[in-house]
Design a protein around this ligand. Structure first.
Ligand SMILES: Nc1ncnc2c1ncn2[C@@H]1O[C@H](COP(=O)(O)OP(=O)(O)OP(=O)(O)O)[C@@H](O)[C@H]1O
Length: 251
């Protein structure tokens, strides 16, 4: 999980409003291939909105988001295409309830990427094996626990072979005993060199998975630091106050 010097994502002076209200205020961030960025910050500071902008789920009013040099903040972006490269996993899984695990996973590879059934199924099975859920491939989402559903949602995103993965508080809806199994999958991805931007409230996890911690407050990035630095000597009082609230050694 080290950076490679190859710039994948460059965000410049990003501003986002909901009506009159400014929610992102001049965000600047660069992400290199293989880097794991963890975004921390108080509730409502704009973390999810930022990730959603990177995936085209929210329009931005000012600034640039460049993925490998292509500006994604413009009008004529084919987000269906971009989302094959920048995958996202959400807090609430968003699996289709009327489809089996396998059909959920294969939907994108077959319908969007027009891949061969045999090849895509093989990859899906390998990924399911990796997260320990191969034997559940014919189950429906209602037959799975929250942690299992979230691992399936991760497999579904990975099966598109994205270059960057965005994780938006993916353990926030889970019972405590299921949090670990999902975090372990993400830690495994980090070890394999996947480029990721992760929004989380799990401080122990943030500390162990992140190459850099990005601390946001009120729509701005207040500091960017290595985890060791951030968790021992945060540069701002706001970050210190934020850390005081979390017993991050617990996890
Ligand atoms: N669709 C929307 N319409 C209007 N305001 C919104 C919308 N989505 C988010 N907001 C507001 O934008 C601000 C940033 O929200 P966001 O969800 O990005 O914060 P967050 O840092 O991810 O918070 P949390 O940690 O609680 O999930 C909040 O004040 C929120 O109320």
């Amino acid at each position: 999980m080290a950076d490679s010097g190859e710039l994948l994502l460059k965000v410049t002076q990003l501003h986002k409003y909901f009506g009159e209200r400014k929610v992102l205020d001049g965000i600047e961030l660069q992400v290199e291939k293989g880097e794991v960025i963890v975004i921390l910050g108080p509730s409502g500071c704009g973390k999810s909105t930022f990730l959603r902008c990177l995936n085209g789920l929210e329009p931005v009013q000012e600034g640039a988001i460049q993925y490998r040099g292509q500006n994604l903040a413009g009008a004529a972006v084919d987000w269906r295409e971009v989302r094959q490269h920048i995958g996202m996993v959400f807090q609430n899984y968003e699996l289709f309830p009327h489809m089996t695990v396998m059909d959920n996973i294969l939907l994108g590879p077959l319908k969007v990427q027009k891949r061969e059934l045999k090849e895509a199924t093989q990859q899906a099975e390998q990924l399911l094996e990796r997260v320990g859920l191969l034997e559940r491939k014919l189950d429906y989402p209602r037959q799975l626990s929250g942690g299992q559903k979230q691992r399936i949602a991760i497999v579904r995103a990975l099966c598109m072979n994205p270059e960057i993965m965005l994780f938006d508080e993916v353990t926030a809806s889970l019972d405590p005993e299921m949090v670990r199994e999902v975090l372990d999958v993400i830690l495994g991805l980090a070890q394999q060199g996947m480029t990721m931007i992760i929004v989380t409230h799990e401080m122990g996890f943030a500390k162990s998975v992140g190459d850099r911690i990005v601390f946001m407050d009120q729509g701005k990035i207040c500091e960017i630091a290595a985890p060791q630095q951030f968790f021992t000597h945060p540069a701002t009082e706001r970050a210190q106050h934020f850390l005081d609230i979390f017993q991050y050694e617990k996890l």
